[in-house]
Design a protein around this ligand. Structure first.
Ligand code: ADP
Ligand code: MG
Length: 280
């Protein structure tokens, strides 16, 4: 294998979510987390799922990842039913979920165990490429506890990208970071998406973040978790989250969400945050 051959972009996947429903039954209640959710995601599209807590965003992402299963309906990746996790669909979470006993390089190399046919030196070379891509070339040997929150998320991103997946699934990956760090990552994730040609499904409760990143923003509402509306975002890239046209589009989406939420009990915090463009 040459590094160049290994790094050739795999064709991004097309995802098809059809009539997916999911119910959680606990001792105290029955929760309809997803109710007849259908969504088509094109090859290489960047789609943001947005909505307040509890509207089933993570549940849907887990089902696409193959980490959880629908009670009804199905998910197809390039026409094949998703029956479990696979290295074609890599997930990234709000907490970086890195191994604290491994350094940055070894964490990324661990992700590469999913990729057959690579020798150890080859894995190391690929891992270094991805750490470079996320801007951590000087921190290969850093211990995880020495890294800031933003740097940890960069390692987690490199680890998710390293097996060269066709789909990147991101569940509020920047929600725990400060606004300045988040802004840097918005620029980086747009650059990486353009360079590495992934299909990205990105979950957030921050409407501005969704408008900043998505080709399309899909609006969910809770109890039961349903898709309410979709918005195509035509703003030119790379987008600046502080720009006026972006704020106006975010306001339009927030207003739509408010209208859907009138009858539901959703925390007022969500709208306060949406207005300020702040993720909690
Ligand atoms: P979101 O990511 O949009 O905040 P989730 O997908 O996490 O929403 O959850 C949707 C609903 O399903 C919530 O009401 C949540 O409490 C419930 N839920 C999620 N996972 C479980 C679980 N494993 N057991 C019971 N209820 C769950
Ligand atoms: Mg969630």
């Amino acid at each position: 294998m040459t590094l160049q051959a290994e790094l050739i972009n795999e064709a991004p996947s097309k995802l098809s979510v059809s009539r997916v429903s999911k119910i959680f039954t606990t001792k105290r209640q029955i929760v309809r987390a997803l109710d007849g959710v259908s969504l088509e995601i094109g090859e290489g599209e960047f789609v943001c799922l947005v909505g307040p807590s509890g509207c089933g965003k993570s549940t849907l992402l887990n089902i696409i990842a193959g980490l959880d299963f629908a009670d009804e309906g199905e998910v197809l990746a390039d026409g094949h039913p998703v029956t479990g996790p696979g290295r074609d669909r890599m997930m990234m979470f709000q907490e970086s979920a890195l191994f604290p006993w491994l350094d940055a390089l070894d964490n990324v190399m661990f992700g590469l165990r999913l990729k057959p046919g690579l020798t150890n030196p080859e894995r190391r070379e690929v891992a270094k490429y991805y750490l470079h891509l996320v801007g951590l070339e000087k921190f290969w040997r850093a211990n995880i506890h020495e890294l800031s929150g933003g740097m940890k998320q960069r390692v987690a991103l490199a680890r998710a990208l390293a097996p060269n997946p066709k789909v990147l699934l991101m569940d509020e990956p920047f929600a725990a970071l400060d606004a300045f760090t988040r802004e840097q990552l918005y620029g980086d994730i747009q650059r990486i998406w353009e360079q590495r040609k992934k299909t990205i499904v990105f979950v957030t409760h921050n409407v501005r973040e969704a408008v900043c990143l998505g080709d399309r923003v899909v609006l969910f509402s809770p109890h039961p978790g349903r898709i309410r509306q979709e918005f195509r975002i035509e703003l030119p890239r790379s987008r600046d989250i502080t720009s006026l046209p972006l704020a106006e589009k975010a306001q339009e989406i927030t207003n739509a969400l408010k209208a859907y939420m009138k009858d539901s009990a959703v925390s007022a915090d969500f709208f306060a945050d949406a207005k300020r463009g702040v993720a909690r």
